[in-house]
Design a protein around this ligand. Structure first.
Ligand code: FPP
Length: 250
């Protein structure tokens, strides 16, 4: 297979370990999140250099609203500062910014900045950067089901016309290929209600590295591992090899 096809088209990341990174340094958790924001920049740079077309980052889950009020407040300030600081530069570098998740829970100050970032960068095509904020995978699937049900109830759609492609188009990221590679930092081996629908055939890669310690070498290790894996999508190894040689699977 040519080398270029071994680069993931879409990378999804759970950025975990900010709190522990700060605790190890006897600093407040928000210091870890600030260091985490620097790692976000490193990850974006890496994707641009590697030619990865889409990057989806889990910045804030629907469950994270339950964290202590001062941590949530400090994270919101961090998001505002990051949006004010980074959007112009990302635009200059050809990044298209999008947000997935329940936007209605954010303050006006954040919602306005999100809409602005999306509008300014809408025409870019070098990297689709999706920030999952107030996002939950179950919430995403439920919203898709609700939108299809509304169409059926209104007589615009027949239940038998609902297939995977149509369902997919109603989920977040329906306009992108599903993630080829998922990375979680921080040592835990779970999906934590991230892209439950979209990760069906994604290759999973876990590292003990805490998110603020992320470096290009760690990301390259993930890509090298990904490149060495055989993706079968439910077929046999022989079928996959045949398809790569131009034969149709038996
Ligand atoms: C998980 O680490 C991280 C978060 C809940 C927040 C992620 C936010 C950032 C990386 C900063 C800025 C992001 C953007 C997009 C500008 P944790 O706090 O759960 O760490 P722990 O498991 O060690 O406690």
């Amino acid at each position: 297979m040519p080398a270029a096809s071994r680069i993931p088209r879409h990378l999804a990341v759970i950025m975990d370990g900010n709190g522990r990174w700060a605790q190890q340094r006897h600093r407040p958790r928000i210091i870890g999140h600030r260091a985490g924001a620097r790692a976000v920049n490193l990850c974006i740079d890496f994707c641009l250099d590697a030619g990865i077309g889409a990057l989806t980052l889990f910045a804030f889950s629907s469950e994270n609203w339950g964290r202590p009020e001062d941590e949530v407040g400090a994270l919101m300030k961090l998001f505002i500062n990051a949006l004010d600081r980074e959007v112009d530069e990302l635009h200059r570098r050809g990044v298209r910014i999008g947000f997935i998740g329940d936007r209605s829970r954010f303050s006006e100050a954040i919602a306005t900045r999100m809409a602005h970032a999306e509008a300014v960068t809408a025409g870019n095509d070098r990297l689709a950067l999706n920030i999952a904020a107030s996002y939950g995978g179950r919430q995403d699937i439920t919203a898709a089901a609700r939108s299809l049900a509304a169409d059926v109830a209104a007589g615009r759609l027949r239940p038998e016309d609902i297939d995977e492609a149509l369902f997919d188009s109603r989920t977040a990221l329906g306009d992108l290929p599903p993630p080829d590679l998922f990375i979680r930092t921080g040592g835990d081996h779970r999906i934590s209600n991230f892209l439950l629908w979209q990760l069906a055939y994604t290759e999973l890669w876990f590292t003990e590295t805490l998110w603020p310690e992320l470096d290009a070498a760690t990301l390259q290790r993930a890509l090298d591992d990904y490149a060495s894996r055989e993706r079968r999508f439910g077929l046999t190894g022989a079928q996959v090899a045949g398809a790569q040689n131009g034969m149709s699977p038996a």
